[in-house]
Design a protein around this ligand. Structure first.
Ligand code: GLV
Ligand code: MN
Ligand code: MN
Length: 398
């Protein structure tokens, strides 16, 4: 193991136990809950150890500054600490740990950046607690109004404003204006690099994607005494909709997933009164995505009519196609001799890309598995990611 890989492992091990579920081995690091707050405290300690003052943007996003906060033209890097339910270790934290180590590499090499380099930690990237992904970056940029974010509630009814401890500040154009670029390093979430000799890639684009909540309502009733012909069972409409989403996505070369469902009253011997399913849909082109969601909606409406149920669809979030700055991606790909890839996964970089030149680096994931405890990356590949990020920061900040 290289010296850098050993340093990566040592720092990684400091956070590895935080929020890990002993049963699944996955992480429960929801935004602003105890494990994520511990990670944020760890982040402040790391920044402190390196003499980097930390500021907060009023929205829950943390920024650790190497250089003067008001110097302008700063280069931002970093990612997020929060996870999906029982998620992997790397999705998010890899970008923050790698950023601190990349700074160490630059300092050890005697590099003095001409402009500030900033390590950021964005809040609620996964949307696992409050439902809207990239909540922190959407707030900072103004892509999501502060009032809407303040009112979002978690499963226990706690509002985002209460979890944060104050109403979110919302758009901070003057803060955003201090950055000249953003580079997010992230574990690769597919197998594109798995069988190549490249440990690191540069992102070209993020597929347009979004989340739609389907609420199906019917009539709760007794499972043993209600004749089959008399039922208004929303579970049937829900089940048909899930199958229709799968079929419609396959027909279009798109992706559709229903990974979350809630059933009321959720009793084995009762016909449900209500079923809510969340559709996550993604496609390479916006028209394909729109066609997919429309088709699934149409099938659900038709089936609801047959089942005697009712249904409504609510768009909870929508992220347009992101084409990362092509000139920047090509420049970084040449610098690193790295391949350039699109992704179907969402990132804060996708939100920030509409406001400042933005790039992403992906670190090889041998199985491609992500949003699962099985997500992985080797220490050597993570070290290669740190080296690549240090080179990119030197290129952009010197
Ligand atoms: C974020 O990880 C997403 O793509 O859902
Ligand atoms: Mn994720
Ligand atoms: Mn992520």
């Amino acid at each position: 193991m290289s010296d850098l890989a050993a340093r990566f492992r040592a720092l990684w091990d400091e956070i590895a136990p935080i929020g890990r579920d002993a049963g699944s081995g996955g992480y429960l690091r929801y935004a602003l809950t105890e494990p994520e707050l511990r990670l944020r405290a760890w982040y402040r300690e790391q920044a402190d150890r390196r003499g980097l003052p930390v500021t907060e943007d009023g929205n829950g996003n943390l920024l650790a500054w190497w250089g003067e906060a008001d110097a302008g033209n700063a280069v931002l890097t970093g990612s997020h600490f929060d996870s999906v339910p029982h998620g992997g270790a790397y999705d998010g934290p890899l970008g923050i740990v790698s950023a601190f180590l990349a700074l160490d590499e630059l300092r050890a090499a005697g590099v003095t950046p001409a402009r500030p380099v900033v390590v950021g930690a964005f809040v609620e990237e996964e949307g696992a607690r409050f439902g809207v992904p990239c909540l922190g970056s959407r707030l900072l940029t103004g892509a999501l109004p502060a009032q809407r974010a303040a009112a979002l509630r978690d499963a226990d009814g706690v509002s985002f404003a209460d979890a944060l401890g104050h109403p979110p500040a919302g758009a901070r154009p003057e803060l955003l204006g201090r950055f000249s670029s953003f580079v997010e390093l992230h574990v690769e979430q597919g197998r594109a690099l798995a069988d190549t000799t490249a440990p690191v890639a540069v992102a070209s684009a993020i597929w347009p994607h979004g989340r739609w909540r389907f609420d199906f309502t019917g009539e709760g009733n007794h499972a043993g005494t209600t004749r089959m012909a008399d039922r208004r069972d929303p579970m049937l409409t829900y089940a048909f909709t899930v199958l229709a989403a799968n079929k419609e996505a396959r027909l279009r070369g798109a992706h559709a997933t229903v990974g979350r469902v809630s059933v009321e009253p959720n009793a084995t011997n009762a016909i449900p009164s209500k079923v809510t399913g969340w559709l996550d849909a993604r496609a390479a082109e916006p028209e394909t995505l729109a066609g997919l969601v429309e088709a699934v909606h149409g099938k659900a409406v038709e089936r609801a009519r047959r089942d005697g149920t009712e249904m409504t669809v609510t768009e909870e979030s929508a992220t347009p196609l992101v084409a990362f700055d092509g000139g920047l991606a090509d420049r970084l790909a040449r610098l690193l001799d790295a391949p350039v890839l699109p992704t179907g996964a969402g990132h804060d970089a996708g939100v920030l890309a509409a406001y400042l030149p933005t790039a992403m680096l992906f670190v090889r994931n041998p199985t491609g598995v992500s949003h699962s405890p099985a997500e992985s990356a080797s220490d050597d590949d993570c070290a290669a990611g740190v080296t690549a990020l240090a080179r990119v920061l030197a290129e952009l900040a010197c």
